[in-house]
Design a protein around this ligand. Sequence first.
Ligand code: PEP
Ligand code: MG
Length: 754
Amino acid sequence: MLATLRRIIEAVDKAPTLDAALSVLVRDVRLAIGADVCSVYLTDQERREHVLMATDGLPAGAVGRVRIALHRGLIGRTAERADIINLDDATTHPSYLAVTGNGEEPLHAFLGVPIIQHRKVLGVLVLRQRAPRRFADDEVTFVVTLAVQLAAAIAIARTTGELADLQSGPRLPTRYLKGIAAAPGVGTGTAYVVYPPADLDAVPDKPVTDPDAEIVAFRAAVGGVAKDIAGLAERLADALRGEDQALFEAWRLMLESETFVAETIARIRAGNWAQGALRDTVAELLAEFDRIDDPYLRERGADVRDLGCQVLLRLQRGAPMRTAFPAQTLLVGDEISAMQLAAVPRDSLAGIVSRRGSASSHVAILARGMGVPAALGVLELPVSRLEGRPMIVDGYRGRVYMQPSAAVVTEYRRLAEEERAFSAELETLRHLPAETIDGFTLPLYLNTGLVLEQRPLGMDESAGVGLYRTELPFMVRDRFPGEETQLRDYRRVLETFAPRPVTLRTLDVGGDKQLPYFPVAESNPFLGWRGIRITRDHPEIFMTQVRAMLRAAIGLDNMQLLLPMITSVDELDDALTLIQRACDELAHEGHAVRLPPVGVMVEVPAAVYQADLLARRVSFLSVGTNDLTQYLLAVDRNNARVAALYDEFHPALLRALLQVVEGARAHGREVSICGELAGDPRATPILLGMGVHSLSMGAGSLLRVKGVLRSISRARAKEVLGRALLCESGACVHRLAMALLEEIGLGSLVRPGR
Ligand code: PEP
Ligand code: MG
C-alpha cells in the first residue's frame, strides 16, 4: 500500500492542473481500496455549498452539478465536524442524503474524510460501496494521508486562481502566497524558473516553441548516453562476468525503447519542452515498475531514473546557455543558489522568490546586498507551473502575487514610485559622515565576498570591508584554489579598498555552504563540521589560505584576519599558532609580511560566555548575529517552517550582545557586529546604545542605517537600550525599535511607505 500511496502522491504532485490531479486521485484511490465510488467535494464558502469536483463511480455529468448545502448530508456533516465519518450503512443515518438521486441501487458503506489545510476545511474526500462494510483502519489512514496531500494542491489552485475557473463561480479576490520577507522592495515581472541540474523532479513545464529542434536535441541526448553506455561496457568488458555485461544491453534497450523515445517525442509534440517531456516519461515508467510484484524487477526502476537523469544532464549541458532573461526577471525556484542569482544581469533582475530559504540564508543576504526584493520560504509555491507568468513579489511583507488583479498592480506601481522617491531621498545622505547628532562617529563597513565583483556595491560609501566571506572564490572553482590563485583574489579586494581596512574571514564552509569538490554529508550540518572545525582538521588548507592573505597584504597593510565559528580557546590558540607559523615561514622565505590584527567571530553561545577570554587573545571581536541567533534560539536559519521563531530582537540575543561588549571592554578590545542585524535600521539605536564600535552590513543597508544614525543622539540610544533590556519578548523590543523609527520620521525605512 505504501508504494501505491507514494505513486498516487507523486502523480497528484506532477499533474499539470488541479482538475487532472483530482481525476488521477479518484481513479487510483477507488482502485486501490476496491470501492465502488470515490469522489472529491470542494467547499465553496461564498456560496455555502460543497461542489462535486471529481468522481470515479458516479455519472460523469454530475461533476460541477451536484452541490450540497454547507451543513447538509453526511458530506456536510464531515466538513462541519472536521473529522472522519466511517459508516457501514449510511442509508440508516439521520443525515443521509441520496446524492445523485437517479434511483440507482443505494450505496451503503460511506467513508468521508475532511480535506483540511491550516485548520480550515477545504472539502471532503468520499468513498462509497454498494454492499454494507466498514472501511478498515489502514484504508482510512490511506485516504487521510491523501487528503492531506490534496489539501496542499487545492490551496495552491486557489491561490493561482485555477480553482475559481474550475468552479465557474465568481473570481476570487486576488490572493497571495505568504513567505518570508527576505529583502525589502517590490518587484514586478515575469517568472523565470531555475532548477538544480540533472534533477528530474525539479524540471518545470515549459511551453515548446520549436518542437522539431527539441526533438533533435532529445535524440542527440539519447544517442550520447547510448554511446556512454557502450563505452563503459567496452572498458569493463574484461572485468565483468557475462551476466553482468547483459546489464549494459538492458540499459541500451531501455534507452532506445519505443516507450522511452516515442512517448517523450509525443509529449514534446503535445507542447512540453524536451526536459519536461522526459520527466513525465520517466515518471510513467517508474509508476509501471512500481506496480510490478517481483522485487528484483521493481528495483530496475532505479535504472530508468538513472538513465533519465543522464539524458537530462546531456539536454541541460548540450542546451546553449540561456541568456535571454525576461526584461524584468523574477527568479523563481525551489531553492536558488548564489550562482544562479549571479547569472542574471543585474539590470534584468526584478526579484527573487523561492520555496526554501529564509531571511538569513546566504541568498537573502546577497539579495539585500544587491538591493533586489526577495520573498523566500514560500512553502506553497507551485514552482513547476510558474514559468513565464506575470508575478509580483513584495519583499517587505514576503508576499507573492501570481494572478495580480489590476487593482493590486496599480497599488504596487504606486508603491514602486514611492520607493524610487525614497531612494532618491536616501541618496542625499551619500558622502555625509556616519555620525550621530551629537557628533559621535560609528563607522559603517561593508559585507562582501559572496560575489567576485570588480567594484563591489557600496564601495565608496563604506569605511572599509568589515566582513569578506572567502567562501565564494572556493565555491566557484572545481578544486581548492592554490596559494597564488587566492593571493590574486585577496590582493584585488585589499587594493580596491586601500587604505581602508579590509577584514578577510578564513574559510567558513560547511553548514549551508558546501564545496562541490569537498562534499560533507551530515544529518545536522549546522552542528557539524563547519568553519574553523574543518580548517583545524586540515591545517594544510588553512595554512595555504593564511599565507595567501599575508602575502596579499604586503605593502598595503590594511588587512585584518577573522576566524569563524570559534567555540573554545583551544581552537583559537591553535589557529593563532598556525597564523604565527605562516608569518614566520613567509618571513623566512624573504617576504616582507607583518602579523595582522586578528579577530574572532562570536557566533556560538560558548563564545559569548567566554568573550573575555577570547578578547584577551586577539585584537577585536566581531559578532555574527546570523549564526548566533540560530544557535542561541535553536532555530535553523534556513528552515522556512521555523522562520517566525528566528528573531534577532529576542531579549536573549540582546543580553548576549551586551555580554560580548563587556567581555571585550575588560581587555580594551573593540566589538563589531557583522550579522544581518547590523544592517537593520531598527537595531541601530540599540547597538549604538550598547557601545559597539562599528557595524558591518550589505551594501543595500548602508544609507538606511546612516539615516538613523544621523537622526539620534547617543544619550537617546542608551535610553532606548535601557528600555529594550526590560522587555521580556522579542515583540516588545520590535515595538520599541519601531516606535523610535516612527518618532524620528524614518518608519518607511523598514516598511512600504503607506
Ligand atoms: C553570521 O553568522 O552572522 C555571519 C556574519 O556569518 P555567515 O552569515 O557567513 O554565516
Ligand atoms: Mg556565521
